[in-house]
Design a protein around this ligand. Structure first.
Ligand code: AMP
Length: 480
């Protein structure tokens, strides 16, 4: 018995030791998790910060498809590409987005620069773009100024699926014009990015009127909710004093009946705001863009006026649980009109409208689509594989590859690999119809072998005639 007890003790001891080591440099041979190699020589293996993530080569085709589609649409609808710094004065965001919002109160990466300036990593792209419009006097340019950008956004939120602390957005803005057509042009661009990629979406839309209408509505909403304070969740109690419009965002079950009978902002809009909104909806009807009027959609940022909208993956009628994104993290894009922001930031009046589209969430939906219908998102397709054998062939390879570049033929290759077997295996996995083989003999004869991967038949051609020979073969393969 005594012996058994003694045998158990070391087990406990070992367990505790492993726990302790979790925060320390990993011993050689140990792995933090299955996918991480051991830290050589006991060195710490770094991981991305919580809520931050790497985009890896395996996901490139999804990101490339999105960028390609966004670029095409930006060019067609004449949005010029701009870049603004990721770092701006913190007060720019505080004044634009507004105190009392989650972004400003809880989520900004804010710190003191070495010269003492309080700076923030951009928690949204609009404020920086409007700052740039004012700084460069872009109201002197023909209006509206239509711009787009893409890049990282930072919010120190609680990370979960579909919610990162650094995420990427496409952002489109039309500054210097107030016209329902401008609102809908932007909605159309956002909607088309998804549609062109085979994703069905619907638009949820609302109008929050002008500043005075919104203020009157907020007073009424606050009054209504105050009477029910005792029944509200803690978050809502907080919102009631800090940002009452956000009460309409609450997803807590107990607050839903209260939300359902809350006053609706549409009833507080004047004639002009109502007419404006009606025109936006008529344009959407004209385009047959599916939309849902959502009177609880307010988007909570101080700078919004009139039209606000969000884009969601269409509910899957047959199986709603099959949606790629769920819960509060399911909006794919969101935006709205912000007519007063330029003035508020010290510029001339420049009514504007814009939207941000979350790239990671779009990638999640694209991946689900590819899983359901393989080939929906095609990656790079190679015409041939270029294989080389031996030192001299390798030396010649880059020259031939560089020449092929101008021919429009797309070769895959791996100059690091030397064996023909390994190279043919790669060619096979890439499903290329032909492999070009350059060996010592071919270098001397100035020839190259073209191997048909289906039949295994090989043909020797003069290097000078290579381009024509491959092109002919590729054309012959096209369906007649
Ligand atoms: P927002 O301005 O917050 O509505 O953001 C616009 C879009 O960016 C959203 O519709 C999401 O697709 C995406 N997005 C917002 N926050 C995050 C986040 N924390 N992580 C990933 N994507 C986000």
């Amino acid at each position: 018995m005594k012996n058994t007890k003694q045998n158990k003790k070391p087990a406990k001891f070992v367990k505790r030791e492993i726990k302790k080591e979790a925060n320390e440099p990993l011993p050689e041979g140990a792995a933090l998790n299955k996918s991480l190699p051991a830290g050589k020589g006991g060195k710490k293996i770094y991981q991305a910060l919580r809520g931050m993530h790497d985009v890896l080569p395996k996901d490139e085709k999804y990101w490339a498809a999105l960028y390609h589609t966004a670029e095409k649409l930006a060019s067609y609808y004449q949005f010029a590409r701009v870049e603004t710094p990721i770092l701006e004065e913190a007060s720019l965001f505080i004044r634009s987005v507004g105190k009392g919002t989650d972004i400003v109160d809880k989520e900004m990466y804010i710190f003191e620069d070495r010269d003492g300036t309080r700076v923030a990593l951009r928690p949204e792209p609009t404020a920086g773009i409007v700052r740039s419009y004012i700084q460069h006097g872009l109201w002197n340019a023909p209006q509206p100024v239509k711009v787009w950008t893409s890049g990282p956004i930072f919010r120190h939120d609680r990370p979960q699926a579909g919610r990162y602390r650094q995420f990427y957005q496409f952002d489109f803005e039309t500054i210097g014009a107030k016209d329902p057509a401008m609102d809908v042009e932007l909605i159309l661009v956002a909607y088309s990015i998804f549609k062109d990629l085979g994703i069905s979406t619907e638009v949820r839309i609302n109008s929050i009127g002008d500043r005075e209408e919104r203020a009157r509505y907020v007073a009424e909403l606050t009054n209504y909710y105050r009477g029910k304070r005792a029944y509200l969740c803690d978050d809502c109690k907080n919102r009631l004093s800090k940002n009452p419009l956000r009460l309409l965002d609450c997803k807590v079950e107990g607050c839903q009946p209260i939300k359902e009978t809350a006053p609706q902002i549409i009833d507080w809009l004047g004639e002009s705001s109502k007419n404006y909104f009606m025109k936006v909806l008529e344009y959407l009807d004209e385009l047959s863009i599916p939309y849902l009027l959502d009177h609880t959609l307010v988007r909570g940022l101080d700078y919004y006026t009139h039209t606000v909208f969000e884009i969601y993956e269409s509910a899957r009628e047959a199986d709603p649980s099959a949606a790629s994104l769920t819960g509060a993290q399911s909006a794919l894009a969101g935006g709205g009109r912000y007519d007063l922001l330029a003035e508020e930031l010290g510029g001339q009046s420049a009514p504007a409208v814009g939207f941000g589209l979350g790239i990671e969430r779009a990638v999640t939906v694209l991946k689900a689509l590819e899983e359901k219908k393989p080939g929906s998102i095609p990656g790079v397709v190679y015409d041939v594989f270029f294989a080389q054998l031996g030192e001299e062939a390798k030396r010649r390879s880059l020259k031939i590859l560089n020449e092929l570049r101008f021919s429009g033929i797309r070769p895959a290759f791996n100059l690091f690999r030397g064996s023909l077997k390994a190279q043919l295996e790669t060619a096979n996995s890439l499903k290329v119809p032909y492999v070009l083989i350059l060996g010592q003999k071919e270098v001397q004869d100035k020839t190259i072998i073209i191997r048909d991967m289906e039949s295994g038949v090989q043909e020797i051609v003069d290097q000078k005639k290579l381009e024509a020979a491959i092109k002919k073969k590729l054309i012959d393969r096209l369906p007649k």
